[in-house]
Design a protein around this ligand. Structure first.
Ligand code: GLU
Length: 377
């Protein structure tokens, strides 16, 4: 059934980012499900033909490596997982390329680590490559660079990676395809539970609906999908979680039909620069702020003034990304600091009119200007 809210979302979509999980792509014996890949390729091609840009974030490297090697279980140590990913990724991309070539398209492989998003220049390079790929008959296929990713540089899961990829692009719709039909209003195994068709606001009860169960092959679960949806909707993007086992899922989504769960964008689109500050960058330090400053930043969209800062943590230069945390240490915003850590310590808790004397000249009135500040919700 076509739905007006869904139709509006589709009409506003210029770019489609599809994330597909390992469980959708694998058969029981861990080998790649070729029919699924074919179906995915033809659905993506159909969306591309509507004039939209299409990006695929695909898991399945480790899973398919395990299948190819005939291992009886998923290795539990990093080197063997990385070796499986290395073998599986080559196979996965070859299979995708075969499927897309039959449709006149090339598979373009991008293997990324979290560092590629944290560093602004690398981030922009990824963006430029993607935008250039859109000029050619290709489908960019992104996965984490598992063979080099260790804990410090890992995204954690491809749901998060897909949300960050969607932040790079204009007017995206993020579709997360899994083996579950969407977000259920109760235990998905209970036949009385139903898929929630539309989520417009986020509260504690919603977050509780994510069970920690994960599918046998993938690394995520509903929790990581909800986290990804939360990140993407916070910056003004729409997200759908639906079943990748449905061979017509993308066609139905683009027909505006009520499939899966639609998470509506919360508020206006946050500009690309702020999306990077808020969700991709790696903060170099922290400002602990009092309740007054937190309220001014969070609810009134004000700049951060020195008077509201109660502590400065870390060593940083002017212009670097800093977290704003409350007295419980909870991060609620990020922004670019106008002062290095040395000067910030000297002016913390002081009124702006005292800066000139402390620093020998007033350079900036705000420690973090609202134009460079992002509230994380
Ligand atoms: N990068 C992993 C793989 O391709 C999957 C990670 C995930 O599914 O979250 O096997």
């Amino acid at each position: 059934m076509s739905d007006p809210v869904r139709q509006k979302v589709i009409a506003a979509t210029r770019t489609l980012v599809v994330k597909v999980g390992t469980s959708v792509l694998s058969r029981e014996d861990d080998t790649l499900d070729e029919a699924r890949l074919e179906s995915l390729a033809s659905q993506l091609q159909a969306v591309r033909e509507t004039g939209r840009k299409v990006v695929l974030v695909s898991s399945g490297a480790i899973g398919s490596g395990i299948g190819l090697l005939g291992l009886d279980k998923r290795p539990d140590d990093l080197p063997h997982l990385q070796a499986a990913a290395s073998i599986g990724q080559a196979h996965l991309i070859r299979r995708y390329d075969d499927c897309f070539r039959r449709r006149g398209l090339h598979a373009a492989q991008l293997l990324l680590t979290a560092n590629d998003f944290r560093q602004r220049t690398r981030y922009l390079n990824v963006r430029n490559t993607l935008l250039t790929l859109f000029e050619y008959p290709t489908i960019p296929i992104i996965n984490e660079n598992d063979t080099v990713s260790i804990n410090e540089i890992k995204f954690g899961d491809n749901d998060r990676l897909a949300a960050l990829v969607s932040h790079l692009l204009d007017s995206p719709l993020l579709v997360i395809l899994s083996v579950i039909d969407g977000l259920f209003d109760g235990d998905p195994k209970d036949p009385a539970s139903k898929v929630i068709p539309l989520v417009e606001s986020w509260d504690e009860s919603l977050l509780k609906l994510a069970t920690t169960d994960k599918s046998a092959r993938g690394t995520g679960g509903m929790q990581t999908k909800l986290d990804a949806a939360r990140t993407a909707t916070a910056v003004g993007q729409n997200v759908i979680i639906a079943s990748g086992q449905n061979p017509h899922v993308l066609a139905q989504i683009f027909a505006g039909e009520t499939v899966g769960t639609l998470f509506m964008a919360r508020g206006e689109t946050v500009p690309a620069w702020k999306r990077w500050i808020g969700y991709s960058s790696k903060p170099k330090g922290r400002f602990t702020v009092d309740a007054g400053a937190r309220g001014a930043v969070e609810r009134q969209g004000k700049s951060l003034l020195a008077i509201g800062i109660t502590a400065v943590h870390g060593e940083f230069f002017k212009g670097e990304v800093i977290s704003l945390v409350d007295h419980d240490g909870r991060e609620f915003a990020r922004g670019l600091t106008n002062f290095n850590s040395h000067d910030a310590r000297r002016i913390a808790g002081k009124r702006t009119d005292a800066f000139a004397e402390i620093l020998g000249g007033l350079r900036y009135g705000e420690v973090v200007h609202r134009d460079n500040l992002v509230v994380i919700t």
